[in-house]
Design a protein around this ligand. Structure first.
Ligand code: ZN
Length: 160
């Protein structure tokens, strides 16, 4: 099996069996994002809490997504990656994924860090589909920023 077929297989698996799908409570941040060029829509919620070391942690990401297989698979892969991670670590995965998608297929994705997210390296070759792959991550970043804002009394420290 060549790499492109393998990538397609991973995306299709997540599309057919999306992980962490559905909107759940409690949540501290919610974001709705639309990709008009493709018709993708997502509503996504983030629930934060304290990790073992006292760091703010992503306890849950829940979502309702409609649209193409790439946008829905991206939501599934993204939630797998960030749930259970400290906010800062999840944010750096976000940055890494955005970088991969902007590399137009020239980046060497780090499988240890991005796991099934590497499948979107193939999508990065098609500029029209990049927005599909990034939609869930945009929603996650927006919802997390809200959650961190409502959650922390000292907003000015460490928050972009
Ligand atoms: Zn799409």
């Amino acid at each position: 099996m060549d790499l492109d077929s393998l990538y397609q297989e991973i995306i299709l698996d997540h599309y057919k069996n999306p992980h962490h799908a559905g909107l759940r409570e409690p949540f501290e941040g919610e974001s709705r994002q639309v990709n008009p060029t493709c018709g993708d829509e997502i509503t996504l919620r983030v629930h934060l809490g304290d990790g073992a070391d006292g760091e703010r942690q992503i306890l849950d990401v829940s979502y309702a997504a409609e649209g193409c297989s790439i946008s829905q698979a991206a939501a599934s892969v993204m939630s797998d990656l960030v749930i259970g991670k400290p906010v800062d670590a999840a944010m750096s995965l976000h940055d890494e994924f955005v970088e991969l998608m902007q590399a137009r297929g020239h980046a060497e994705p780090d499988e240890d860090r991005l796991q099934d997210g590497i499948a979107f390296a193939g999508v990065a070759k098609f500029p029209a589909r990049v927005k599909c792959a990034l939609l869930a991550w945009m929603a996650w970043k927006d919802a997390t920023s809200q959650a961190v804002g409502t959650d922390m009394t000292t907003r000015q420290e460490g928050v972009r």
